[in-house]
Design a protein. Sequence first.
Length: 433
Amino acid sequence: MTNPHSPLADRIRPQTLGEFVGQGHIIGPGKPLTRQIESDQIPSLIFWGPPGTGKTTLASLIAKKTRSHFHHLSAVLSGVKDLREIIQTSERDWKLHDKRTLLFVDEIHRWNKAQQDALLPHIENGTITLIGATTENPSFEVIAPLLSRTKVYVLEPLTEKNIIHLLQRALADRERGLGNFGLVTDEEVLAFIAQTSDGDARRALNTLEIASTLLLEQNNKKMTREDVAQALQKKNLLYDKSGEEHYNQISAFIKSMRGSDPDAAVYWLARMLEAGEDPLFLARRMIIFASEDIGNADPEALPLAIAAMQAFHFIGLPEGWIPLSQAVTYLASAPKSNASYMAYKNALTDIQEQGSLPAPLHIRNAPTRLMKDLGYGKDYQYPHDFENHYVAETYLPEALKGRHYYKPTLQGHEKVIHQWLETLRKKNESRSR
């Protein structure tokens, strides 16, 4: 029974292979996947393709056609514990009812190596038939032992004609679609929806649903291109994680950490993780932040951020949010300094303005007799031979002598660095006078 409150894209989902639209290179009379389904010889599969191309739908239809139990796991929200429970159920169903289990793992590329490894023995002994779905190249994101036990099918973006067909079906279907509302439009408007969907059926149906809702609120039943444009604007705010709202949230996340507000920072972390943001994208942003905005004010920030990323790699989801939350709250609470970040930018300015200035002779390498005769390395003073392992010396090109790119603040540990460098720089200045 279709839930009338479900999104249109879910309600209108094909119930039979005959209703399935697109992927004619693998589904259809005489096509490879169709032959496997009809002969009831389904191997474990990986469906690789962009969003909205029918990966989940196809897996569900295969389970229905082969009379298999269908279990759906999201790699973002599930882990080995969930897999273990399904395996126990599958073993019982096989022994008691002679019924196979088809396990669909959505976004399988989000599972780490240990989680993917956990699938291997159960695929090998036939406890489950796996169908993994991924938007990423499985050659890089799926471990080799799992890839060798599966057949990869590439799903292509739907054509404009495919999507128009789906939209027409949704408008006409009285039981699962919008047929009872009496909405009317022309093919040009449907083509406009199709053109803005990038081959993604779900995106097209979401647009149609929002446009129809806006129309019905106005007691109007004639859908125009302008209605669709208004729906697209609204949809971008609600659905598009790769659009403006995505950038708004990552900006809020970074600025909350920079502003030393751990409560806001962890809130935005949770918002993005729950919306399906790639956790490793967030971990990478935290590593950059640890260097750019904290730097030497707290030298522990960078190794902690790296450790959080490595911990996530090791344990994956669903528990992987725990080390990420620890790192975010630490980074937000740490003293801040962008001095090391600005040091590089300041040095880069001189490089761009003054070009490739030569290194002073006394700090050049001198591996040959000729280089030594030319004065390379002559009079170099080895700092460890001096008190405090320091000797006043010039290391910058002559034209940049006296430049200070790194200007440590008085925040956290950088205060110690500031005081030490001040002492050394005074020695250098007295030497040059």
